[in-house]
Write a protein of this length. Sequence first.
Length: 319
Amino acid sequence: MKFFDVKKNIETAVSPVYIIYGTDDFLIKQTISTFKKQILTDFADLNFNSFNQETYNANNILNSLNGMPFGCDKKLVTAILPQNASKDDVKLFEKYFENPNPTSVFLLVVADKNILNTQKTELIDCEKLSQVELQKLIGSRLKNFDKTISVPAANLLIEKCDYDATRITTELEKLPFYNDEKIITTEVVENLVSDSFDLNIFNLTNALTKKNSDLTLQILKNMLDHKIEPSSIFAAIASNFRRMFISVISKDLTNEEIANALKVKPFAVSKAKENAKKFSVKNLKRINELLQDVEYKFKSGKMSAINSVYFLIFNILSV
């Protein structure tokens, strides 16, 4: 089920085991919060156990699940399954899924739902929300402030926050107080919300590939003014141009295959190929050789991080 369906679903009936998968921490936390409100009606502290990466122990989790609730119909147990969890641990959980304790509700957070057999469980999708879903989330949150937002303003907010629900909800704590108007406009969003790191790098890379030196330096200055580490900017630029080069020379592979090898989404590979068209293969090779040289000088202390960024950018602009 999707995040927005959770509340309605568990108000009707609660299953003993749920697998929460996805990359959006905000959605995961909100999902757990929804279960706590629905299940822990009495003696909440005594009927809730949570295991994070540091406290994870499969046997302790199962012992907690098999315990009885106190003064309440059910107890709630949440756990994060480490990516390096052993096969034995996975088998222990799968065995529990076959015959779960009916007085316990188990929320298991996983990075990859395919790591275990989920046939006997309910799945909760906490991947990043779509634009339409985020618009719904924004509208719902703003009702608490008796405010609305124009569609262009909502879309701008989503873009600036890189579809990150956590950051969007944080920004929504301040946007309603910018003025007394009932509707939040694009002007308000533009004035109060800074671009995300990924969006800045996306725009910076586009400006670089188009050899737009003024826009490139403007974006870079804005990032530095917001105290973004030069080393992070260098690493992101380097990653994008390496991706361009690899995408161009890997002619026998599909976008999906390249994406899997680089551990990025296929869209990133498509964009890399599009940007790569603005350079010859020879020049992309030169840029990647330059990256290695500048990276070595930076890491060996022969060039500062800030100088490395400017040196790299001016050289790419001149290719």
